[in-house]
Design a protein around this ligand. Structure first.
Ligand code: SF4
Length: 320
């Protein structure tokens, strides 16, 4: 469904690059400071052992191999010509600086790339890594995008889901990424069992205030053999209905800066070991239901984006 009610990523890429651009996932063997003992052992309560990197090629293949193989697939299937290398699974800046540099250089050597997207945690964003990315951007004319998992701005919920960082580290990371001239994409889950509508609005307001460029929304999925899975089976958490979730997404969008691009309105979730995902229907049906709700209720992204730049003094300003 085409809807002008929110800013869609695919359309944004066409506007920016003049044609469709496809993301090539890179899957590296790795871990995360929230799983290896540096910050904690269990990881986020919803994290499975794959580090949120499902849908990737095996991580035994080299970065170049993975990119080239994925490129062939996208070329054949969609006649694709431009690509973004997407370091997706685990925490891609949580490796020694030298190895990180090698990884990035290997990716940057692949033809037809317009950008590199690096997924990581807010507490793994460091100036030295960003300085190197700035050199690559300059030298090879590649757009750099840092993708940050946040999930919620509610720092009490961040503690309950065992993120291992608070809101302050996220704000610090975004400001650092901005100082280096890169774009930021933020992941949020709008139906964490401990959050309510006020948190949903604050998610939108904080991302807008920070000038984040992209957002990815996921609904909460529950995987077997995770802390969240145990809570779910024991009935310790409840998940809001699909109708309530749709209202949350709409409320989020209405408070969001209209210029922010929605990379994803709903996540797919892993294929195996699921206890709960997208209310038992496919992700595209959830997406369709959200879009229908926006259209039927005449809701537009940014409809209530009026709260920045000293809202209270606006009426006191002299006329231009
Ligand atoms: S930050 Fe990502 S990889 Fe690390 S524990 Fe959380 S979900 Fe898993």
């Amino acid at each position: 469904m085409k809807t002008g009610h929110y800013k869609q990523y695919s359309e944004h890429l066409i506007e920016k690059y003049g044609e469709k651009v496809y993301k090539l996932p890179v899957n590296l063997p790795g871990t995360c400071p929230n799983r290896d003992g540096t910050l904690g052992l269990g990881g986020c309560v919803f994290c499975d052992s794959k580090g949120s990197g499902f849908d990737c090629l095996p991580n035994t293949e080299s970065i170049r191999q993975q990119l080239e193989e994925n490129k062939v697939f996208f070329r054949r299937r969609f006649n694709a010509k431009k690509f973004i290398a997407y370091f997706q699974a685990f925490t891609n800046t949580y490796v020694p600086l030298e190895r990180f540099q090698e990884n990035i250089l290997q990716a940057a050597s692949v033809d037809d790339l317009v950008g590199i997207s690096v997924s990581t945690r807010p507490d793994c964003v460091n100036d030295r890594y960003l300085d190197f990315l700035a050199e690559v951007k300059e030298r090879q004319n590649l757009e750099i995008n840092i993708e940050l998992g946040l999930q919620t701005v509610n720092y009490r919920t961040l503690d309950r889901i065992n993120r291992g960082h608070t809101l302050a580290e996220f704000v610090d990371a975004v400001l650092r990424v901005k100082r280096h001239g890169f774009e930021t994409c933020v992941h949020l889950i709008l139906n964490l069992p401990w959050d309510d509508m006020a948190d949903v609005r604050e998610n939108a307001k904080l991302l807008s205030a920070l000038g984040v460029e992209y957002v990815k929304l996921h609904s909460l999925y529950v995987v077997r053999d995770t802390v969240l899975g145990d809570m779910f089976r024991k009935g310790e958490i409840g998940i809001i209905s699909l109708d309530d979730y749709i209202e949350r997404v709409a409320e989020f969008l209405v408070y969001l800066d209209p210029e922010m691009v929605i990379q994803r309105l709903v996540g797919k979730g892993p294929r195996a070991d699921l206890l709960f995902s997208n209310w038992g229907i496919s992700w595209w049906l959830v997406k369709q239901r959200i879009e229908e709700y926006l259209v039927n209720n005449d809701i537009h992204q940014g409809g209530k984006f009026d709260y920045l730049n000293g809202k209270a003094v606006r009426s006191l300003l002299p006329a231009d």
